[in-house]
Design a protein around this ligand. Sequence first.
Ligand SMILES: [Fe+2]
Ligand SMILES: [Fe+2]
Length: 274
Amino acid sequence: MRRVNLSNKSMNKISSLEETKQAFPFSVPSNERAKNPYIHLHQRKRTWTPVKVTADALMPEAEEVIQRALALRCLEIPVGDFIEQAMKGDLPDEEGCIDLLKSNVEDEEKHDIALNFAAQAHKVPDRIEKEAQHICKTWLELDRHPVLKAVVLERSVFFVLLPIFRALGDTGLRTTSADISRDEQTHVAANSLVCEALGLKGDKTINALRRATVSWVLKPLQGQADNKYLSSNFWLASSDSLYANGKAEGLGETRASRMPAFFETNSVNLPQYA
Ligand SMILES: [Fe+2]
Ligand SMILES: [Fe+2]
């Protein structure tokens, strides 16, 4: 915790950390100014509006992988539904938790709108949409806590798809990706806190579904290509690492999203990734 430098005279007057924070509100980091991590996460949100994008030509090798990644937008609303479902059950009894989760559900509606614009522009074939729907159904049917399903999808699937849009997409996709990425950082942090509080952990089954989902997106790519962004091994390894460690060293663009995995989370560290 950062210490505030106080003269002896001041120290006599200000005896506790709480009083110090009140006396010098701007001299402590924003995550310490907020009452708890949920309130901090809510305060650092930034509003944005989905924009209708146009499609530029993509590298021929990247076209189908982008279409598959866009088809998985069908998971945005279900992730919001998972959080709504969770709000009907036990959640950490912490001020700001429910408000943050409600606002995260609204974000998912916005992600759906933004990605629908992108999907229209890039003309995702019906065949791909249907396969994505099947994957979505499998996630819906998976009998795990809804917050666990949400955090695994956001951390180790969406945090791979969003950099794919940035690395292989056009200007519109890069904009959409940047807007959504910031929200998802907040969602992953919030859902990780909830998972930690409720003692929810990943397991073989959810991990296998995570891997199958990402592998389906990557199917059109070669295992190893000269351009690392066209190598399925690169993206799959990133997803594996995000799932296991909460970070992927290879994804420089997603540096801001690095954080401990939900099963090794220490809530003290969580709000510091801004
Ligand atoms: Fe989302
Ligand atoms: Fe999300």
